[in-house]
Ligand binder design. Structure first.
Ligand code: ZN
Length: 186
């Protein structure tokens, strides 16, 4: 187990080790143990706090042992299927992180449905696109494509794909969580 020397605490208190022990109410075999063997992470925290200090100000590496024991932090909150970000549910059946994501998904889906079912809408959209293409130059077209690309969520999907490649296990767990969140909501 990691040990933290007593001396830096006494020094921070502006006292000798013996004086510091008296101030902190430590004596006898405990005092001897602290001064010769050092302090455990918990004791270091307790004594530093009692002296009015934050332990990291006395021992800059304080806290690393607890962190190591706790293991890596895993965000097990649900993932928004629209923006792929974790969020905290306000309601049990909440699927999207925000109204913005819910609306974006809904309007994209309704556009897609309309595109599939309404030939007139399709024709209108294509005509407008053709007109736009004829009116703007190559740079304008590129800008338009980029905007459409973003609006369609390709960029988000591409980012999600990259994240998946970078960390397949974690992403699989996320997807499982999302699957259950959707199931729960439907
Ligand atoms: Zn979202």
């Amino acid at each position: 187990m990691k040990r933290y020397p007593f001396a830096p605490l006494a020094e921070a208190m502006g006292e000798t080790e013996a004086q510091a022990c008296r101030t902190l109410g430590v004596s006898g075999s405990t005092e001897k143990q602290y001064r010769t063997e050092g302090l455990s992470e918990r004791t270091a925290d307790r004594l530093a706090t009692r002296a009015g200090w934050n332990p990291v100000n006395i021992w800059p590496d304080w806290g690393t042992e607890l962190l190591e024991k706790a293991g890596p932090w895993v965000d097990d909150r649900p993932v928004c299927p629209e923006c792929d970000e974790h969020f905290t549910r306000g309601r049990r059946d909440q699927v999207y992180c925000s109204a913005r994501c819910r609306c974006r998904r809904a309007s994209r889906e309704s556009r897609r449905r309309r595109w599939a079912e309404d030939p007139e809408y399709r024709e209108r959209t294509l005509t407008a696109a053709r007109r736009y293409r004829d009116e703007v130059g190559a740079e304008g077209r590129r800008r338009m494509r980029r905007a459409q690309y973003r609006a369609n969520g390709h960029a988000e999907r591409e980012r999600a794909r990259e994240r998946y490649r970078a960390n397949a296990e974690e992403e699989k767990a996320k997807r499982r969580a999302r699957y259950w969140a959707q199931k729960e909501a439907s």
